[in-house]
Design a protein around this ligand. Structure first.
Ligand code: ADP
Ligand code: MG
Length: 643
């Protein structure tokens, strides 16, 4: 068969370009990536052989071999794993199958450029690398050190072998080849500058540092003489089966890099064994940075499941709830059947036990951290709090725990606060937890809705995650205190007594409210269906008006979000209540005019519409009818000049 020529998928070419130019400061990690692939190939074959023993017949001792050839300037990584067929080669070594590739590659390219501009070359290398690492560019990292890469491979159970070859510059070729048994050789024709990777001592150091945790032997081939025989470089027992005291922080970190395709340090490491009805060992990590696909719509957890040290799958939905999908690492079960199938993941009661055991453990460890090291805990919360909060409505049995772990921005406190701390600061007569949702904490803190709360020193939680609009209605309360939106009518502010507030003031407020009653009536007529009601406000101190949600109506932001997602049959947004500040001088003057007028005053009608538009603008909403708005604004300004 003639040589076949292929071009790389466009994203791969882009990635290869980034790889070639931005990873130079940690080039040696290419070896970790290739060893990791070899180990994965052995893991997958071991699993396949559980149901088809013929696949590994004649050779069940999995191993990875490294061969150095100083004359030919090649470094060869050999494994006796599952190998690749012709189709595998074109599908996996020429494309990137993972979702979101295009967007991701663009992001990497942009960051690499930014870093270059801002902090020079090192930053570029660092950023590009962190991002690529998350993406698991893996195999392509070979082109950091090699001018040409050959992959000689034969798939288990097949007779034909193939040679894939590329210089990483846009094209690759595939030929038929011969290989005695199943498995893969990745042959790196090293660049003239990279001869250090032909030195046995250098290779040994790299393997010990980055790949010691690999569960099968990594053997450095000698020259065949007695003096220089084959040597196993790694400990070759799965890291999680070793006693904790024998594992260094560096080894944990390397394992995390391998398991999570990450380059950051783990923020927390959870390594423990559980014995009981269901026995398992977990080695889990919480990353210190957000993985790039954290908000991917499939919300999949990415743990690897092993049964008795045999790798089963990295796609096991039942193992970790979606709201803990930031966890990385492995779970090794003693009790699950080795031949567990995909369908069984959904309904296996043992798996369900493991899942709840893991979730409890994670939350207990988070609680400990939050209590003992609140400053470090904030880093976790800023990365993953918005994901964890999804559990508030998805898993009611863990609601209390998550509420206790939750942190919020507040109108009166700096930094983050817990709900327990909020309750400790309740004012006399305050029965509820006030909150407001929106895009931006600073803008919310300055919103007219909070004026009355500020005047009374009542704290309002500022919630900026879209998920907040979803969990609050389903959670309802914390420690017996209901959540209540500060942007909602009937905020019950007058029940809260503060030192300055006395009877006299209350009476004055009532009087002011009575004085504007005729104005409110005329506003209502003018605005019609555009508002649900017009009322005197007890919350406003400096702004003339604001819009609040009516009792029983859906929170405005939630409604907007649902509408954006085009929920079926949603009518126009529900009209809200316009609250009017009786103490504001503009309102007082309008009220005077309304009291003496005949109810058909066009200035009052224009003012009503303008004030409503103003309230909308403050909330970041567009003016509905810009023509009418301009006409009214001109008319009112003109009448001001006449006076
Ligand atoms: P990842 O390991 O994250 O899947 P890589 O770029 O490292 O990404 O590898 C791409 C794919 O190439 C692997 O998923 C696997 O299918 C295939 N592959 C790479 N190396 C080997 C190997 N030694 N044996 C079998 N398949 C391999
Ligand atoms: Mg890989």
């Amino acid at each position: 068969m003639a040589t076949e020529k292929f071009t790389f998928q466009a994203e791969v070419s882009k990635l290869l370009d980034i790889v070639a130019h931005s990873l130079y400061s940690h080039k040696e990690i290419f070896l970790r990536e290739l060893i990791s692939n070899a180990s994965d190939a052995c893991d997958r074959l071991r699993y396949a052989a559980l149901t088809d023993a013929a696949l590994t017949a004649g050779d069940t001792d999995f191993k990875i071999t490294l061969g150095l050839d100083k004359k030919a300037k090649t470094l060869t990584i050999t494994d006796n794993g599952g190998g690749m067929s012709h189709d595998d080669l074109t599908e996996v070594l020429g494309t990137i199958a993972r979702s979101g590739t295009q967007a991701f590659v663009d992001q990497v390219a942009a960051t690499a450029k930014d870093g270059d501009k801002k902090k020079g070359k090192d930053a570029k290398a660092g950023n590009g690398m962190a991002l690529i690492g998350q993406f698991g560019v893996g195999f392509y990292s070979a082109f950091m050190v090699a001018d040409t890469v050959d992959v000689l491979t034969r798939k288990a159970g097949e007779k034909t072998a193939w040679r894939w070859s590329s210089d990483g510059k846009g094209e690759f070729t595939i030929d038929t080849a011969t290989r005695e048994a199943r498995g893969t050789d990745v042959i790196l024709h090293l660049n003239a500058k990279e001869t250090e990777y032909l030195e046995p001592a250098r290779i040994e150091t790299i393997v010990k540092q980055h790949s010691d945790h690999i569960g099968i032997p990594i053997i450095l081939k000698g020259d065949g003489t007695k003096k220089d025989g084959d040597r196993t470089l790694n400990t070759a027992s799965a890291l999680w089966t070793r006693p904790k005291k024998d594992i260094t922080a560096e080894q944990y970190q390397e394992f995390y890099h391998h398991a999570a395709h990450a380059f950051d340090e783990p923020w927390m490491t959870l390594h423990n064994s559980v014995e009981g009805v269901v026995s398992y060992t977990n080695l889990l990590f919480i990353p210190s940075a957000q993985p790039f696909d954290l908000f991917h719509p499939d919300r999949k957890a990415q743990l690897k499941l092993y049964v008795k040290r045999v790798f089963i799958t990295d796609d096991c939905e039942g193992l970790m709830p979606p709201y803990l999908r930031f966890m990385r690492g492995i779970v090794d079960s003693e009790d699950l059947p080795l031949n567990i199938s995909r369908e069984m993941f959904q309904h296996n009661p043992q798996l369900a036990k493991i899942r709840s055991g893991l979730a409890n453990r994670i939350m207990a460890e988070l609680k400990k951290k939050a209590d003992k090291k609140p400053d470090e805990y904030v880093q976790f919360w800023e990365n993953f709090g918005s994901v964890l909060k999804e559990g508030l409505y998805e898993e009611p049995e863990n609601r209390e725990k998550i509420l206790n772990l939750a942190r919020f921005k507040s109108s009166t406190e700096d930094g983050w606060t817990s709900l327990a701390d909020y309750l400790g600061r309740l004012q006399d007569g305050q029965e509820v937890i006030y909150y407001i949702t929106g895009e931006d904490a600073d803008a919310m803190a300055a919103s007219p809705h909070l004026e009355g709360f500020k005047a009374k020193g009542v704290e309002v939680l500022l919630m900026t995650d879209p998920v907040d609009d979803f969990w609050i209605p389903s959670v309802g309360e914390f420690d017996g205190k209901a959540f209540k939106s500060a942007a909602r009518a009937g905020a019950d502010l007058d029940k809260i007594k503060t030192a300055e507030r006395d009877e006299k003031k209350d009476q004055a407020a009532d009087k002011a409210a009575n004085a504007i009653a005729p104005l409110l009536a005329q506003f209502k007529v003018a605005l019609g269906a555009a508002v649900k009601d017009v009322r005197a406000s007890e919350r406003l101190t400096t702004s003339p008006v604001c819009l609040v949600t009516g009792e029983g109506d859906m929170d405005a932001r939630l409604e907007k979000m649902l509408k954006q997602n085009r929920q079926a049959g949603m009518p126009d947004l529900t009209a809200r209540v316009l609250e009017v500040n009786p103490d504001h001088s503009l309102i007082k003057r309008l009220a005077n005019r309304a009291k003496d007028g005949d109810g058909k005053d066009s200035l009052i009608a224009d003012a009503a519409h303008l004030l409503l538009d103003q309230a909308r603008i403050i909330e970041g909403e567009p003016v509905a009818d810009t023509k009418a708005f301009s006409r009214r604004l001109s008319a009112v300004m003109e009448s001001g000049l006449k006076a």
